[in-house]
Design a protein around this ligand. Sequence first.
Ligand SMILES: [Zn+2]
Length: 301
Amino acid sequence: MGTALKKSCSTARYNGDGRLPIEDLYRAFSVLEEAGWVREEIVVSKRERDGVPLEFPIVSFRTIGKGSAVWILSGIHGEEPAGPNALAEGVDYIKKLGQETSVVLIPMCNPLGYMSNWRYLNAKTWTEGCEVHSVGDSGHVLPDLNNPMVPRAPKALSPESGALVKHVLRLAKDYPPVMSIDLHEDDLINEGYVYSQGSRNTIAMKIIDILAAKGVAIKMQGQTRFHERITNGIVSSTGDGSIDELLASERVIVGGKFVGGPHASVAIVVETPARAMSLAKRKDAHLEIIKNLNSFLRMET
Ligand SMILES: [Zn+2]
């Protein structure tokens, strides 16, 4: 999550933190397709930067078996590589999870951002007050916080966010999320925390334990840098317009009409403190969460 990062995008590939090259990520996830999972290109993310055309597909994978599903997302923000790298390393755990339950995996939601260590699709630099677009923006289908009869945003803020929201709403019908986990980071914080929306906090509490056991400092009480209240390492607030709010939503607005939303029993967002730890350690912490997804499922059902 988060919005305020003074950096700029570039056509140069960023690997200053030891992240895997983007092609290695695509290769790692192709194991799932070989195991019979359905691979679908949600949209090709395209931008021209400094006269250089760049394009990479945003890809989702799902088990053939439909039904109540675990949803796993990562890479919404390009400067947060721990999740996508952990998913690539732990892809066999995901594959095994798919033998027990239905799974939807969208492991790298913002490939152009990952490649260049940059978050926003519409702005090369960030300055105070400028409007910036995230791949996960879902406001165009989420009810307005003041007037819930209309959507929070008149239209999708980018082709990527429009396609991602459409994909999520379509797949949620056949793969209703029993739990969704979105792996994020924040490079402006020294202590991590977890967002949890939905009816149960037990999984969020378990994730806090896992992160702490892997050496991640946790902000147990206080506020996030967006002034959200943290209790025991968990933020329960919503209304941020993210894809995670969408996944938790009971109702959404599509084409001017209310329709059923994905309504995940629990929608979790993990935030590891990228300023405080090396990528290798953050990746290990995310990997430990991935290894435990099975046990979360037993807690939830
Ligand atoms: Zn993030």
